[in-house]
Design a binder for this molecule. Structure first.
Ligand code: NDP
Ligand code: GDR
Length: 332
């Protein structure tokens, strides 16, 4: 019998790669999608014939219970969230409700309908925030620096609490930044890759960014969804840090992206305080040794290859846009 998985946040970057992986492994996949006035299916259009969409929302418990009843899953991947850190200062209450309390609603739905289902929570390196030690590992204390980070700390601990309280198979993956051509346009890697391509093609003249000094441990999203799946295949539930163990600054990101197109980034990049954050996470660096040892997980795509892949995808998109095959690019 095929295993069944329920994926929240299926229309997002990770949801799309995870669904591809699960379909490859012959799972029956159900995706929770929130109601939208516009088309949210860009990332998963190629998968729509092979999955079942369930309308629901992390702020609506009844819809989550019905999603559990309809899908009767063996595994639940809770990827849905208000995931853009910068916006979490503009909409802190909504971020707390969806990204934080939404995890409790999902766990309650699982406990009520299918307590034996295995549960994955999408936790984040943003929980480390103002880091207490470097590199960060599973035991590093949390000090979040944004309403998003605070909400994720709540989501992490409620997942641990349901594991300890009800003996549920609940895991928290503490994932460091992971990117791809399917990343939202407002995140810095996609913003840099798409604008560099626009500049190359004469469609833009400059790129406006915030803090160029912050450092992130950036990996490829396609590698990271494999770690999510592996966590739910273990004998016992646990929490894992997932990252590359290497970090780079936003400036280095610009150097690689513009350099790949034969451009000098210093001629085009400007700074604007509109893109600065009220409190910044300056440096993140993972220690993924537990995942390497227990899950036998390893990242496969280097930072340079990742950024080049993203820039190439943007150049291809411009060709398709000019041919009228895809609509114009939204701008961050
Ligand atoms: P995205 O922002 O691409 O996707 C978020 C998904 O959540 C979208 O499908 C979105 O739907 C959905 N969603 C938002 N609000 C609700 C709601 N109220 N009810 C139901 N669905 C909702 O995120 P990623 O794919 O990049 O990340 C996946 C998860 O992993 C997130 O929880 C994120 O916080 C976390 N994470 C991500 C990291 C990364 O580097 N990418 C690192 C660490 C953690 P819609 O398309 O309609 O907006
Ligand atoms: P982050 O990703 O906040 O780490 O959260 P983002 O790409 O938004 O920022 C990374 C770093 O780049 C700096 N930066 C800018 N960022 C954006 N978005 N736009 C800019 O113009 C800009 N200029 C500089 C930021 O200040 C920051 O230091 C991501 C999300 O996917 C979260 O959901 C996830 O939990 C974490 O990664 C791990």
């Amino acid at each position: 019998m095929a295993k069944k998985a329920l994926v929240t946040g299926i229309t997002g970057q990770d949801g799309s790669y995870l669904t591809e992986l699960l379909l490859q492994k012959k799972y029956q996949v159900f995706g929770l999608v929130q109601r939208s006035a516009t088309d949210p299916f860009d990332n998963i259009r190629h998968l729509l014939d092979d999955i079942e969409i369930i309308v629901g929302d992390l702020s609506d418990s009844g819809s989550l219970i019905r999603a559990l009843q309809q899908s009767d899953p063996d595994e639940v991947y809770n990827l849905a969230a208000q995931s853009f850190v910068k916006s979490s200062w503009d909409i802190p209450e909504m971020t707390g409700d969806v990204t934080g309390l939404g995890v409790t609603r999902m766990l309650e739905a699982v406990r009520t309908v299918k307590p034996q289902a295995r549960f994955y929570q999408a936790s984040s390196s943003e929980m480390f925030g103002q880091v207490a030690q470097t590199p960060q590992r599973e035991t590093t204390p949390f000090h979040p620096r944004s309403p998003y980070g605070v909400a994720k700390v709540y989501g992490h601990w409620i997942t641990v609490n349901y594991r300890e309280s009800y003996d549920m198979f609940a895991c928290s993956g503490i994932l460091f930044n992971h990117e791809s051509p399917r990343r939202g346009y407002e995140f810095v890697t996609r913003k840099v890759a798409s604008t560099a391509a626009y500049i190359k093609e004469g469609l833009a003249s400059e790129l406006t960014l915030g803090n160029l000094d912050s450092k992130r441990d950036w990996g490829f999203a396609g590698d990271y969804v494999e770690a999510m799946w592996l966590m739910l295949q273990q004998d016992a539930p646990d929490d894992y840090v997932i990252g590359t163990g290497e970090n780079h600054s936003v400036q280095e990101l610009c150097e690689v992206a513009f350099g790949h197109l034969g451009l000098d980034w210093t001629k085009y990049v400007k700074q604007d305080k509109r893109f600065m954050r009220p409190a910044e996470v300056e440096v993140l660096l993972s220690d993924p040794s537990k995942a390497r040892k227990n899950l036998k997980w390893q990242t496969k795509v280097s930072f340079e290859k990742l950024i080049q892949m993203m820039v190439d995808a943007e150049m291809k998109r411009i060709v398709e846009m000019r041919a009228g095959e895809v609509p114009g690019l939204p701008r961050a």
